[in-house]
Design a protein around this ligand. Sequence first.
Ligand SMILES: *Cc1c(COP(=O)(O)O)cnc(C)c1O
Length: 367
Amino acid sequence: MERGQEAKIDLKALRHNLRAVKSLAGGAVIAVVKADAYGHGAVPVSKTLEKEGVFALAVAYASEARVLRQAGIKSTVLVLFDEEPEPCFDLDLVPVIHSLRSARRLSREARKRGRQIDVHVKADTGMGRMGLCADVCARDILQIASLPGLRLQGLMSHISEAHPGGLDFARLQLERFGSLRRELAAKGMKPFAHISSSASALLLPEAAMDALRVGLLLYGACPFEARGPDGHLPDKGFNLKPVMEVRTRIMLVKRFGKGQPVGYDRTFVTPRRSNIAVIPVGYADGYSRAFSNRASALVRGQRAAVAGRVCMDVTMLDVTGIRGVSEGDEVVLLGGGLSSRELAGWAGTNPYEVMTSLGGGARRRFE
Ligand SMILES: *Cc1c(COP(=O)(O)O)cnc(C)c1O
């Protein structure tokens, strides 16, 4: 049996989610397709989004943009983290600037090539990651805007925390961003502004500004713990469809008596006569070791719990009580009622990591 899992990527669901996001965004959508579109496959995802119409695509590194360009994608591509000047010109990218020093470097390259380049500047309003510190950067931004070869097109920031019970810090970040924008406006500069990603797109409509810069919502997951057992988003009319479904097959079924330890360290011992199925997916395939004795998968439509520790190349499932299970049967690891949010809860992580690891390690089929 072939190792690993297959991810079915539902491009129709992706289009549906993009339309839903557009209905939130008074303005434009910048679709984030970094990390191979969160494990969904950056090229088919980007082609679909391009066809539907987005203001821009966003990647983390220029190497990701290169893959998109080689696949014939013509959209504006914003590079969120990487500031190497050469690929920005070679591949016609829009870099995000994080320091005066990198802006100067880009300007030198622009002059050398006799070119102009659009840039977005990032202000750090509290994320503590990339960008110029917002309280002191107005002067730097004016200087960046005056550098030859650079056209300051956009101004962005990133919200570090937004969930239904915690929006105070996000509001403080918005205030800082707002005062920076006012300071620039007073000097006659009104760059295209965007700060909202998925969580704030849902929770802080006032943060939408000129564009929403979202990833997770497009892939059909909620960025925070949804309210209620039925997983409602704050606005019940905002209906997302999961884009990724991950499946594998049963490689072997074992029948054990009561008291049989299963897997490394004997963390699971059969409590009765048990049927244990082995699947060809382990943590090397992105099925987290943290799922050990916690996660469930679907076998013949029923939940089967992970029995014992997830191994590197295989995992055991307790299929006792599920009738007629046999080798070759399909196993759903994600989808069909198992949400990335639920898997994230089992592994103590977030849906982003579930998608990038399970999708990243999968063979993909696009529908
Ligand atoms: C990843 C990322 C996003 C998208 O975040 P989502 O929560 O997936 O919407 C937006 N902006 C920046 C800077 C990012 O790194």
